[in-house]
Design a protein around this ligand. Structure first.
Ligand SMILES: [Zn+2]
Length: 319
């Protein structure tokens, strides 16, 4: 026993820090659940040569999901978060404690999914994981340190990443449960998160545990500056800063490793042309100055909020 314990200790010491922080997995039940949600919420059909019985089992299960979950949020709905978390650590069978209709739908869709899709989906997930883990092994801890420094906040010490065929309309999302589990779900089939973009998006997603809309790092600072200046901050500003930061930090570590043409997500997906236009110049000027060490964070956020915030509508008097 003593020998075994010592071996495990030695093994732990030998595992690089990034491997302990990031737990990437391809999980059958999460993949099935996300595929069913994609069918139920987004009408994505399961492409497979199913028999009539299999097709009806699959369609019935998806129908149950549609009735229950059609308009519910993968991020904010407690039941969907609990199911995704529970399945993530499930063994052979889905865990107990889900609503009966959910467990029944999962169990009746499982044989169809296992027969027709799982091998392909698992291979796709595993391929994505092998690329992402390679990058994290080399750059992960450096990126974590830089994100923590830039946000002035501790980065999560453990991040569970379920790599799945689908993960909602945006293809990636992050939830935090009451046990402190930071749970990222990201699609291995989404073309926006392939190759080097996987690295940026893993850091972006995990940063959601640190950066909030109105709380946590950045979000609370934006709110304070807005309040002190009698302004309203744009709703998406905190998220634009998150995108910009992970994009720039990923670009830097890649550049130091010979990749000189990496284009961060915020540019590659034309986000400044799709709702973020007002943020472009303030971020490229003030936030970039902060990232370059030419400005402190408080001054940068103050300048950005002043450039993008609005005055609250004047009260109509006398009515
Ligand atoms: Zn995000």
């Amino acid at each position: 026993m003593r020998f075994a314990a010592a071996s495990i200790f030695a093994l732990l010491l030998a595992v690089p820090a990034s491997a302990q922080r990031w737990q990437l997995q391809s999980n059958f039940w999460v993949s099935l659940h996300q595929t069913m949600l994609d069918a139920a919420q987004n009408g994505k059909a399961l492409e497979a040569p199913m028999t009539p019985d299999e097709r009806s089992a699959w369609n019935n299960a998806v129908h149950e999901y549609r009735i229950r979950f059609y308009e519910r949020s993968l991020i904010f709905d407690d039941e969907l978060v609990k199911i995704n978390d529970g399945l993530s650590s499930a063994g052979e069978l889905p865990p107990e404690g889900f609503a009966e209709v959910v467990t029944k739908a999962l169990l009746s869709a499982a044989p169809v999914y296992r027969k027709h899709r799982w091998a392909t989906d698992d291979r796709t997930n595993q391929f994505w994981i092998s690329i992402a883990e390679g990058m994290l092994r080399d750059t992960g801890e450096e990126l974590v340190r830089e994100h923590a420094r830039i946000y002035g906040a501790q980065f999560p010490s453990r991040v569970t990443v379920d790599v799945t065929p689908a993960a909602g309309l945006l293809g990636a999302y992050t939830t935090l449960n009451s046990n402190g589990l930071v749970h990222v779900t990201i699609s291995s089939r989404d073309q926006r998160y392939q190759g080097y973009a996987a690295l940026e998006m893993l850091l972006h997603e995990a940063s959601h545990a640190v950066v909030g809309a109105t709380t946590g790092a950045i979000g609370s600072e934006i709110q304070n500056v807005a309040r002190n200046n009698g302004m309203l901050a744009p709703r998406e500003l905190w998220h634009a800063i998150l995108f910009y930061t992970s994009g720039e930090l990923a670009r830097r570590v890649l550049r130091e490793r010979g990749i000189t043409d990496y284009v961060p997500y915020i540019y590659r997906q034309s986000m400044f042309d799709r709702g973020y236009l007002a943020f472009k110049q303030p971020l490229e000027t003030f936030w970039q100055s902060y990232l370059d060490g030419r400005m402190d964070r408080g001054s940068a956020i103050t300048a950005i909020v002043k450039a993008t915030g609005t005055l609250p509508p004047a009260r109509v008097r006398g009515l």
